[in-house]
Design a binder for this molecule. Structure first.
Ligand code: RIB
Ligand code: CA
Length: 319
């Protein structure tokens, strides 16, 4: 008899746990279609130490203290760390205080944890990257053979159009543009979940209320995090009033159910030159881009997402 469900997809998540990474972790830790092998942390929304503490705390709420967590990059490959605490609050979780988790990250660096996890896996893993791509770039440069054990990289980053941290750049790519360029040039199958789906997939107040009414601690935390996000904090106009963007959690939805996505294949370049465009992702949507010999390889770019199905997936899983 055919099994009613396909086997779970083995994944690792790379996070800079802020509010929306926390939503993504809650979903990934709960949904049966994913088998989280490890979570790795990078500085981004807040400092590395705060990211690690937030990540361990969120996994504890999701009752997944079995998942190993690694501490990785404290900043970008080039330049100094720049955070997004103006969006995520001083502690990165909308100033929501989690219970003590009593755990520590593994003793090895996150890149080593990634290498070990890939090596030990019987099948290639999907890397769900929700942070600046420093850890992933370091993995690809330090251990090029690890590419054979990566099924694909699904990353939240970049934008086809308007940025968020600048007029043209999205935060994860802006925070470490060189790392993004390494990943995009790697030849590993890659899906770019940029700001278009990032802001399109939202939860409305009914969805937040449904999560708050659940008996599940993970649902309660999700409701509190979404409630924080409804305030906008400088991102007004990107989502309907009173809605909360699912953000990084939409990236996890995209791995659980790719049929909610509209994807186009396109060359994607990253602007590295100093100045106002640094960190911009240049997505060439021309039907047959006639570029120079250096035209970057094509990646999958999420152009749109089925908002209702994404929301239902998130709320239905957690509540
Ligand atoms: O630009 C949004 C992205 O940057 C999200 O992943 C958010 O968590 C921050 O990392
Ligand atoms: Ca993130």
């Amino acid at each position: 008899m055919n099994s009613p469900h396909p086997p779970p997809v083995p994944v690792v998540l790379d996070v800079d746990t802020g509010v929306d990474d926390a939503l993504a972790l809650l979903l990934a830790a709960t949904h049966p279609a994913l088998d989280i092998k490890a979570v790795t942390c990078a500085a981004g929304n807040v400092s590395l130490a705060q990211v690690v503490d937030n990540t361990l705390g969120v996994l504890a709420i999701a009752r997944r203290a079995d998942v190993p967590v690694g501490a990785g990059a404290e900043g970008p490959l080039v330049g100094r760390p720049r955070d997004a605490s103006h969006i995520h609050g001083a502690n990165g979780l909308g100033d929501i205080t989690l219970p003590a988790h009593g755990r520590a990250p593994v003793a090895v660096h996150a890149v080593e944890l990634l290498r070990q996890t890939l090596e030990e896996s019987s099948e290639p893993l999907t890397i769900i990257a929700l942070a600046p791509l420093t850890n992933i770039a370091l993995l690809l440069r330090m251990y090029p053979s690890s590419r054979e054990k990566i099924a694909r990289i699904v990353f939240m980053g970049g934008a086809i159009g308007t940025g968020n941290i600048t007029a043209v750049a999205e935060f994860n790519v802006w925070a470490d543009p060189e790392a993004a360029a390494v990943v995009l040039d790697s030849g590993v199958p890659t899906l770019m979940y940029g700001l278009e789906p990032f802001y399109a997939a939202t939860c409305d107040q009914d969805a937040i209320d449904a999560l708050a009414a659940s008996s599940q601690p993970a649902a309660h935390l999700a409701a509190a995090l979404l409630g924080y996000l409804t305030a906008g904090r400088g991102e007004e106009g990107r989502v309907p009033g009173g809605h909360a963007p699912l953000g990084d959690a939409g990236t996890v939805c995209a791995v659980i159910d790719p049929t909610i996505l509209t994807v186009v294949d396109a060359p994607v370049d990253v602007a590295l030159a100093p100045g106002r465009t640094r960190g911009q992702t240049i997505v060439d949507l021309r039907r047959s881009p006639v570029g120079t010999a250096g035209t970057p390889a094509s990646v999958g770019v999420v152009a749109a997402v089925d908002v209702a199905r994404c929301r239902d997936l998130f709320v239905g899983t957690l509540s």
